[in-house]
Design a binder for this molecule. Structure first.
Ligand code: PRP
Length: 180
């Protein structure tokens, strides 16, 4: 464990087991469908990479990037799209949006509607972490790795000030690191 991390919340071993369990379920649910994993940059990359390796059905991948300031939204509640998805065949795709974490729920609830409006055949959501106590809009993800308390977590894609994303576990960051 690195010195900036106070404790490990989810170990590498736990994450590995959980991701393969989720991949099994997704493989069953999407059998015969046209799965498109849509990772939301940057936090989702580690989870997405692991998840796709464990799938036993064919999949394609794509990415979007949305802005994070103000909790991922601007005051209008609209999420700012920095990198959009460009595909002519979205109407044939069963999209599974992949996130590292859900907090207020604003990003995913906006994206689901956005992708439906864009004509996706179906849209579901998958997140490694969920912080239900932080929810500001009514939103329930379809696949969840773990529900966690409202602590400042880093690792497995999650950052503080763009650092710590490559840690193989999910840890609680020491207060002194972000309260400097
Ligand atoms: C995080 C996370 C989600 C969003 C969740 O991304 O990956 O996209 O915030 O928050 P919400 O439920 O309150 O909308 P962040 O903006 O930190 O960007 P990053 O993935 O590049 O780290």
């Amino acid at each position: 464990m690195i010195k900036d991390v106070e404790k490990i919340l989810l170990s590498e071993k736990f994450i590995e087991a959980k991701v393969s369990e989720m991949a099994e379920k997704i493989s069953r649910d999407y059998e015969g469908k046209n799965l498109l994993l849509l990772g939301i940059l940057k936090g989702s990359v580690v989870f997405m990479g692991d998840l796709m390796k464990h799938l036993t059905i064919p999949t394609q991948i794509d990415f979007m990037r949305v802005s994070s300031y103000g909790g991922g939204t601007v005051s209008s509640g609209r999420v700012n799209i920095i990198l959009d998805i460009f595909r002519g065949d979205l109407d044939t795709c069963d999209v599974l949006v992949v996130e590292d974490i859900i907090d207020s729920g604003k990003t995913l609830s906006y994206l689901v509607q956005y992708l439906k409006n864009k004509g996706a055949k179906s849209v579901k959501t998958c997140t490694m972490l969920d912080k239900p106590s932080r929810r500001e809009v009514d939103f329930t993800p379809d696949y969840v790795g773990a529900e966690i308390p409202d602590e400042f977590v880093v690792g497995y894609g999650l950052d503080y000030d763009e650092n710590y994303r490559a840690l193989p576990y999910i840890g609680v960051l020491k207060r002194e690191v972000y309260e400097k």
